[in-house]
Design a protein around this ligand. Sequence first.
Ligand code: NOJ
Ligand code: CA
Length: 539
Amino acid sequence: MENQKNRQRPQTMNSRRVYPSWLNQAVFYQVYPQSYYDANGDGIGDIPGIVQKLDYLQWLGINAVWINPCFVSPFQDAGYDVADYYRIAPRYGTNRDLFRLCREAHRRQIKICLDLVAGHTSLEHPWFKASCLPRRNRYSDRYIWTTSGTSDENVPLSFIRGYAPRNGNFVANCFYFQPALNYGFARPDADQPWQQAVDAPGPRAARQELMKIMEYWLSHGVDGFRVDMAFSLVKLDPGHRETIKLWQDIGQKIRSRYPDIALISEWGNPEESIAAGFDIDFVLHFGAGGFNDLMLNEHCFFRRHGGSNIQGFLKSYLAQAAATKSNGLISIPSANHDMKRLCADGRTAKDLKVIFTFLLTWPGVPFIYYGDEIGMRYLPGLASKEGGYARTGARTPMQWGDGLNADFSTATKDRLYLPLDSHRRRPTARKQVDDPRSLLNHVRKLITLRKRSPALQADGNLVPIPIDNNGHYFAYLRQSGDERFLILLNPSAEPCQFHIDNLRAGNIVTQINHGTRVDTQGNNINIKMAGVSYGVYNI
Ligand code: NOJ
Ligand code: CA
């Protein structure tokens, strides 16, 4: 274990805390375990399957992995409904398999982060079953129960009525089968005694148990957690003030024993989450930050036709970055298991190359969703699986090769977790490894460049270059010490031409480009970009 010295030095005097230095060079990869690689032929991906693919991840340059929940669960929400936090779901293997995954990953300089579903359990969790009983017991206050099964509560939470013999309704977080753990209320209403304070015995016990779960996995080699709905713990909490305090408390205690771990939040508001002590938060399809304006909307920036300029995204991103500077990092993921993949709505590998050039030269920590590196398609219209609904199309099996089931599994087709993309020319890792012009090799080159260039890493300076408001292109500098890069992106089908004045250019060295031309004239740079083009230059 590395010690406190290795945590990144803060740059501002009033920094509250620091993040582990390894995050500066980190390139994360998200594995949805049921769809990654099926090592035992039962049709469902598993942990031994991830172990077998570590060499691929290492080849790609990945140095950290986040695995979606892999614990015992009835899988009504793909594992975000945990029934035992201390045990790997048998369909994925055993705890020993997970420990081995950590060891094997560490041998390849890859960190392993698990998904911590902190806010709720499944209905099948023994704590919840005990809490449903009319007679008071150790778990009666582990969840949030009202004191009457027939009255209405006038607060904006979702109450599930009539589920249990206990005289009360319980609060659910997302789906009805995800009862919220009781971390207390920010300002309990004295007339509603079922609203407990954050330091009441029930909420204190829930917090203790959460730390115990974290310690258990950390003590077996896990390097951190992505925390599901981290913002949701304390109820009726304006500005998430009490939830922030709760995470500060947990982070401080856990880090006193494991200083080098990464805590990553699903929060979607870096200003709050980083104050709460998280090292990384995401720009997501909800919350602050403009992910949709960038990647998903019909008129988002990364569109060939009808795209908007970058200003909307930039404004919200820069505000978040300024508010969190040096205390934590912001991640723009390629996608995740809750949204459409990048390869949807007619995007091709060429478009994806522009997007990856952005993602892998941007500050913060890149997260690549499995399969995006080869341009796997979002498959619309699939029957919902395990509570996936529209998300199901982004969760199909990884396309490894040209063999049976794209070499994902040896099971018969009907036993596969989800159907494969049936397109005759579906992309596969096998084909793209051997093709120097493939998306996969483009991603690999960008990762290699990032890892050897401090200016391109998490904390390298970002200097956006002002462009006129109608411009549908984007140029920026990344800088660290003497090292400087110019990055050019034109996602639109229209060619463009512009110049950057007063930029001491010296020698310009092309690192990675397609369809861009750069000429210097004194301290000015003239740039010509074809439609759908990108360039990364040392200047
Ligand atoms: C966010 C997770 O990413 C999503 O998949 C899940 O359904 C909800 N949280 C509920 O846990
Ligand atoms: Ca399996």
